[in-house]
Structure formats: structure tokens, C-alpha cells
Design a protein around this ligand. Sequence first.
Ligand SMILES: C[S@@+](CC[C@H](N)C(=O)[O-])C[C@H]1O[C@@H](n2cnc3c(N)ncnc32)[C@H](O)[C@@H]1O
Length: 310
Amino acid sequence: MLASQFAEFGAREARGESPIYERLSLAVSRDDEVLDLVAALPPDRHQPNLLYGVVRFLGGPVEDPAAFHDYVVANWAAIEPVLRTRTVQTNEVGRCALLLPALAALPQPLALLEVGASAGLGLFPDRYAYRYGSHEVGQGQPLLECAATGLVPPSRVPEVVWRAGIDLNPLDVTDPADVAWLEALIWPEHTHRRERLRAAIAVAAADPPNLVRGDLVDELPALAAQAPAGATLVVFHTSVLYQVPEPRRRAFLALVRELPGHWVANEAPYTLDLTALPPPPDGALYNVLALDGVPLAWNRSHGQSMVWFG
Ligand SMILES: C[S@@+](CC[C@H](N)C(=O)[O-])C[C@H]1O[C@@H](n2cnc3c(N)ncnc32)[C@H](O)[C@@H]1O
């Protein structure tokens, strides 16, 4: 039910991360007029973060639930087409801090292939800097901070000799509208995420990644075959599979296991068919990091923390 989808987003995803979205989600979950407008759209358009992102993209208010209600009702004719065309493609560069321990442990150099790459910011883990507690790695910008428990931090960033991505709708870091959409997807209070997004966009814009438009199952074999010999192919993805319908997800999992090289997944646990997962640290939503199907750590969605398995 749509009301409970908004209530759950507020209680489990926004709580502790965004008081504005927590308050707004509770209000929308009780707002029949806004819920009826959203309910008339296909189910894949019902995500709270999509509605909030579109309102912010168009310059509307999200801080005050009453003002949000009035804006949505008065401007639905402008909101609806954007809701139908844009999708949640948050490109969270902070997730590179979650991937780094797995990537740095593989035989170097690496050929990186990201599925569900959005704008491709995850394809430059060698060009950013990282801080795990007091341990720093890497020289570049942005600096990605991650509170890690139980992790032996990597001593180096990976050496990347090839990078390519696949997305149903690749975003272009040199297109102002796509950049504005990426910024609108960042939660209102998260100034630090907006700043590091801009820094990562500058890195990617200086060397735009090769992003193939298409489905992760259809495009993966041919793109993987382009990886250079002599490099370790790593197929990876973060926060993608929850958007992929189950039959397609199963086809992808079967395909990726057959490819040469390694597979790094950072996803909602239900999407990966993993066994023997320890209980998550608390009632918040966690993703699981896995290397070649072996679970390694729980982590929070924006890369802010990880709990390495013992
Ligand atoms: C939430 S975003 C995450 C982007 C990026 N992986 C990150 O963590 O910053 C999910 C991305 O997966 C893409 N996606 C969803 N289903 C896909 C599919 N079947 N094939 C390729 N890409 C897909 C979406 O277009 C979107 O860009």
C-alpha cells in the first residue's frame, strides 16, 4: 500500500539520516490527495525519493509538509511528466569507500565494469581519497569517509587500466540537466554528499567514462569481452538489483557467476540469494557487500559506515 511505502521510507531509510524526509514521509503517508495523484502512476513511479527528487528538481519545497502538499497539488501537471521520465539514479560516490577493500585485495591491475552505473562515478575508485577512522588512503578528491568496524583498511587504491559501464539510462556528467537531476536526488540536509558529488563529477567530466545504454543482462557479455587481457576483470554493482525485476535479476546472477574474473556486489541482501548472513547491526536498512558471492560486510546505503564480518 502506498501510504505504508511512504511511512516505511520515513521510518527506515530517512530516520537518523534526513529529518526533513522523515517528517515529510510521515505527512505524505497521511495525505490522501497527494497519495491519490501518485497512485495513478505505474508502481515503479511510486518511490518516495523519486517524488521528492522531482519536486526539488523543479524548485519546489520539501522542508515544510504543508507547503509540499500545496506545491504538489498546484503543480501536478508539471510534476507528472518528470515523474514518468526520470528514475532514481542516485550516483553515490561514497559507495566507493565500501567497494575499495574488495577491489584493493584483487590481483592488479583491474578492468572495471560497472552495471547500473548511472553517471559512472563509481568507475573512478583509483582517483578518490578515503578515510576509515584515522586511516587514509589515496591522494585525490573527493575524500570519502567511512566509519568501518572490523575492517583491515586497504593500504592502496586499485590500479585501473580499463573502465566501462552499463545503464538503462546513462546520465551524462557534462549535461547540466543530468547534473541537476543527480543533485536533486541527494537528500536535503546532505551538504557533504552534494559537495563530494560535484567533486566526483569534475573527475568524471575530465575523462568521461564509456557507458553503454542497455540492460545489464543483454549488454554484459559483449562489454566484458572488451576488457583487456592482462587485467583482472571486475564486474561490480551497488544499489542496482532492487530495481531489476526478479526473473531478470536471476538471469543476471547466473550470467555474472559464469564470467571470468571477479564479481563485487553491494546490494540489498534479498536480491543476492546469499546464505549464512549474520544478523544486521540494528533495525535500519543495510546493504551487504559480497565478493564472488561470499558476503563480507553490512553497510549503509550512502557509504557512511560498514560492519565487516568477523
Ligand atoms: C540507484 S541507481 C545506483 C547507481 C550507482 N550504482 C550507484 O550506486 O551510485 C541504480 C541504477 O541502476 C540502473 N538500472 C536499473 N535497472 C537496470 C537494468 N536492468 N540494466 C541496467 N541498468 C539498470 C538505473 O538506471 C540506475 O542508474
